[in-house]
Design a protein. Sequence first.
Length: 508
Amino acid sequence: MSTPDDDGAPAPHWRRLDPRTVLVTALVVAGVVAGAAVPATLGLASRLGLPPAALWVLAGGVLVVGVAAGADRVRWHRTRYRIGEERVDLHTGLVLVKRRSLARERIRTVDLTANLLLRLLGLVTVRIGTGEHGNDSTLELESVSRAEGERLRRLLLERARTPAPGVHREGELAVLDPRWIRYAPVSFVAPMLGGAAAGAVMQVSEWVGAQGEVIAWVGDRFRQTPLLWTVVALVVAALVAGVLGALGFWIEMWWNYRLEREPGGTLRVRRGLFTSRSISVEEARLRGVDLVEPLGVRLLGAARLDAITTGLAQDHEAKNADHNTLLPVVPRTRADAVAADVLRETDTPTGAALIPHPRAAQGRRLRWSLAAALGPVLILTLLGALLTPVLLWIALGCAVVAVPLAVVLALDAYRGLGHALSGRYLVTRSGTLRRSTAALERNGVIGWTVRQSVFQRRAGLLSVTATTAAGGGAYTAYDTDASEGLTFAAEAVPGLLEPFLERSPKGV
């Protein structure tokens, strides 16, 4: 029964988590116990015999599962939450009772996730956040029924808003195209997973005391093969494993993907094969989009789309959870079209013609890249002159490979530089290994930072950074022409840079 609040209004009802959360805990612990049962049984069998060992392990497993389920039953009984007119409250704990509360006006995200076990039971975990730093900025309800999770999401994200101006469409903005999976193998994830697979083989073999046998087996397979081709074969094997891992990772992350605009101005991303995820972004908090083109996918004419928005989860548990990705890697034209739909624009600002930067910016990138490439070569050369000529040959090989690569990347980085004003947005582009084209609302800029080093001053360049409360917090036009960069910033947000414009660029 509800009791009146201080102002006389009836207080909202307290609710409990779904009781099946105890079953989830019992099943998870049972799985862990089952995994440990086999080695434990084999270890005891040498002293007690197989049947007694199996009985002891079974009894111990039942005890562990029972204790875990009992403890979680107490947690469930002592956990309750309520949604009030102004606050969301969560109380939990037996001896040390924790009382958490969030003001509803500060709530920015209500995300729903469910791993395979939760999905089979019809449950979800609800994560309510304000988008601020720290554990006190989020409440997590683990677990509630899917219907309750959807009710909470709609209730807490409900906003009375005037429809945004501009062309737009409601409903589905993008849906999974299975052909997008072709971009997974060319991401940076593939070589990382390949290296991780090779490391995992060596680590597991060391745990079971068979690392020497594994190395000997590999050596036998390549006994008659030259060293160079042996290395190439092992690298190719690792890359194949990485490609397969990247494909599996992509399927798990993006299967069942759907981007839609809900009534009231909320963008919702749903995705996931085994673990389903539902992420909501209020358009009232959207300040722009970021078209991201990692080198591999850019060579295939593709890009992904991220949201530049205030209030997305930023605590340590969620900062790496792709909460800001609206669209996976897709063809660039498709990414531009979705960006236009998301921003309610006829033409996407990410496709605007950008102002190129002076040739001096190219020279700076060439010098940086060559310095980075020749630094290790110089060190190897010095060591080779002091220790062994072998290092000299290694230095030569590094120079032959690294110098042309450095030049190519530097020229590509220069070609990627650009900035422009496109309607309500300012646009900046930079990067080569990870090229970013950010379209930021001009009214979302809260300040400018102008940087000009000694070397930039001599070259007539400077970098201007738009600071904002959204996204990464800063978006920079690097190495622009000094006067052009200041003019760009002044026109983007009038009134902020007059003190700089009153002086010559050399005085910055």
